[in-house]
Write a protein that binds this ligand. Structure first.
Ligand SMILES: Cc1ncc(COP(=O)(O)O)c(C=O)c1O
Length: 375
């Protein structure tokens, strides 16, 4: 399944270090998800997962629009021709708020202060309020609700915030993103139903005309296997006729459409551990270090060895895949078995299309960036 990826990598000059993004994989993943969504659902792509312009353009085309969290992402979304833009995030500047409204984006307002700032800017708009609910109804990582976080308005403060909403700003819905990387499809379906029920009841209690329930992202992929959340159970959710359910996944749409590849520059054994030292590392692909797991790789053999000196190699051994940074934390994978590995071969890391390059600390040590190949 990765022949087209390895072929593209082989065409690059050595030492090879690249991200490969496959737009066909993006389209197919979006189609799979869309087929599982209940009627009345709007599918947005969360740009934060991967802001490469070609990735954004592809997903803007096959999804209904884009979710953005900064002025930079907003500009990319506008350039990509997104039909619909939703702007969230707890730290919007006045300039970003104004630009979002100018671009026709729907704002997810994160605090009463933000509402007052919008009013002071003279902005008249329909907005959603992001709410940090009393409980999280979902497992996953990075909980943003049901726990103290800087995201959204505490549910207990919501009545006062609604009562104090400045004239000119009309609350038309709620944003309820809860967690990242949930792998349990039935649980996610139950979460969506719970969001719709809670929003309906809350709107009724406060005499709001509810139009939008945004349940955020959080559809997961398992980095240690080929598994992803099964979206099929989502089709059982009933979206009330007058309401639009918005989902804004990032990882589920982009993870499997990206590969990170890095050439083995050196192989060495110290204190009984064998290291494959890569032209690349966590400054390009920080996810495994950030999340504290070993990202699986496959070996792409490169037979060409044009050098006069011997080629380092190992057989039947466990290796640590480490990067080119001067820190022992620059580790992508620990203790993965390889039957055979040589300097000059490539390690290929799949599922690197979401939160790969975009969350990494590119400037540390000022090595060259990877090549970006878009298929
Ligand atoms: C508000 C919001 N929406 C959507 C997403 C996308 O989440 P995921 O990539 O887990 O689907 C995030 C991720 O942090 C988020 O904070």
């Amino acid at each position: 399944m990765t022949d087209h990826i390895t072929a593209a990598l082989r065409r690059l000059p050595a030492p090879r270090c690249a991200y490969v993004y496959d737009t066909a994989a993006l389209r197919s993943r979006a189609a799979t998800l869309r087929a599982a969504l209940p009627a009345g659902t709007t599918l947005l792509y969360a740009v934060k997962a991967n802001g490469h312009p070609d990735v954004i353009r592809t997903l803007a085309d096959v999804c209904d629009g884009l979710e953005v969290a900064s002025g930079g992402e907003l500009s990319l979304a506008v350039q990509a021709g997104a039909r619909r833009i939703v702007f969230g995030g707890p730290a919007k500047t006045d300039a970003e708020l104004a630009a979002a409204v100018h671009a026709g984006a729907l704002l997810n307002v994160e605090s009463p202060h933000e509402l007052r700032r919008l009013a002071a800017l003279g902005i008249h708009a329909d907005v959603c309020l992001r709410v940090n609910r009393a409980t999280t109804a979902l497992t996953g990582s990075h909980s943003m609700t049901g726990t103290p976080t800087p995201f959204g308005i505490d549910e207990t403060q919501l009545p006062q915030v609604l009562a104090d909403t400045p004239p000119g700003l009309r609350v038309i819905g709620f944003h309820l993103h809860a967690v990242s990387n949930n792998l349990d499809g039935p649980a996610h379906a139950a979460f969506l139903t719970d969001c719709l029920t809670w929003a309906g009841r809350t709107a009724q209690r406060h005499d709001l005309s509810l139009r939008i329930v945004n349940a955020g992202g959080g559809l997961g992929v398992d980095y240690l296997s080929d598994a992803s959340i099964d979206p099929a159970p989502l089709s059982s959710v009933t979206v009330p006729g007058n309401v639009e359910l918005i989902l804004e996944p990032g990882r589920y749409l982009a993870a499997d459409a990206g590969w990170y590849a890095a050439e083995v520059l050196d192989l060495k054994t110290t204190h009984g551990r064998t290291f494959a030292v890569l032209r690349g590392g966590t400054h390009h692909f920080r996810l495994p270090a950030a999340w504290g797991y070993s990202h699986p790789f496959t070996v792409v053999p490169i037979d060409d060895w044009p050098h006069p000196y011997p080629r380092p190699e190992v057989h039947d051994t466990e290796i640590d895949a480490v990067g080119e940074l001067c820190t022992p934390r620059d580790v992508l994978t620990r203790g993965q078995y390889v039957p055979h590995l040589r300097a000059g071969d490539l390690l290929l890391f799949g599922r690197a299309g979401a939160y790969g390059w975009d969350i990494s600390h590119h400037e540390f040590l000022r090595h060259d960036p990877p090549t970006f190949v878009v298929l």
